[in-house]
Design a protein around this ligand. Structure first.
Ligand code: PEP
Length: 250
């Protein structure tokens, strides 16, 4: 039985003051909801604050990105051990915003995934097709390719240490989520593809859905047999909304 996982992705939002209110409200709202896992991925400067407020609670925290190397002359970058130094357990890898804006390639994302596992972080690997690819009927091809790039580099045993997030790019930040049926069908496809490498690993891997998950659609999405949780962007910035989505997973 796969335990549900809800991950909040704050992106580049927040301040010391607003984070404190949000984190404290979420801790309070989820205190008695211990049948699912929760992670909040904050901007790097707020990792210490997240650690201070979340340690000892049932909510974990993580980074939204990291460099693939341990150290070096990489101005502005953050190494895997810098995340674990602040108690991170998870890191988002290959978010579509980074694939697009920072031109992160499949090869780079695979290298980051490998480094995250080496640092004992759980990588949350994001895959998903753009609107154009979706409309051209290429969703499976694109997502399959993104998946294979990582699987081929790290192997199924290491891949199984991560979490997979299906995030159709056309659904992120648009208010238009994939329908539960459509999302389920892609999740089943991903699981089937992973099962070709290892059936047990595929049946145990958590595949979460991201893209305009809201209070109004969370329960239906989470009720699908192959949807093991949610990656939540904008709704994770509003305590009441994030709490209700997490409670739906619980
Ligand atoms: C995301 O940032 O990964 C995301 C899914 O955002 P939103 O929930 O706002 O669509």
């Amino acid at each position: 039985m796969r335990r549900k996982l809800v991950v909040g992705n704050w992106k580049m939002y927040g301040s010391l003051e607003s984070n404190k209110k949000l984190l404290e409200a979420v801790v309070e709202g989820l205190r008695d909801y211990r049948n699912a896992d929760y992670v909040i991925c904050v901007p790097h400067p707020y990792l210490c604050q997240a650690q201070t407020i979340l340690q000892g609670t049932n909510i974990a925290w993580g980074g939204q990105n990291m460099h693939q190397y341990e150290a070096g002359a990489f101005t502005g970058s953050v190494a895997p051990h810098m995340l674990t130094d602040f108690g991170c357990t998870h890191v988002i890898i290959g978010h579509s915003e980074r694939r697009e804006m920072a031109h992160e390639s499949d090869a780079l994302i695979a290298a980051k995934f490998e480094s995250a596992v080496r640092a004992r972080l759980t990588p949350i690997l994001c895959v998903g097709e753009t609107r154009e690819e979706h409309e051209a009927g290429k969703a499976h091809e694109v997502v399959g390719h993104q998946l294979d790039a990582v699987l081929e580099r790290v192997g199924i045993a290491n891949f199984a240490k991560g979490v997979l997030a299906y995030e159709p790019v056309w659904a992120i930040g648009t208010g238009k989520s994939a329908s539960p049926d459509k999302a389920q069908s892609m999740h089943a496809f991903l699981r089937y593809r992973i099962a070709k490498h290892d059936r047990k690993a595929a049946s145990e891997l958590r595949i979460i859905y991201g893209g305009s998950v809201k209070v109004t659609n969370a329960a239906k999405l989470l009720a699908q047999p192959d949807i093991d949780g949610a990656l939540v962007g904008s709704a994770s910035l509003v305590a009441e909304q994030f709490i209700l989505i997490c409670r739906a997973a619980n």
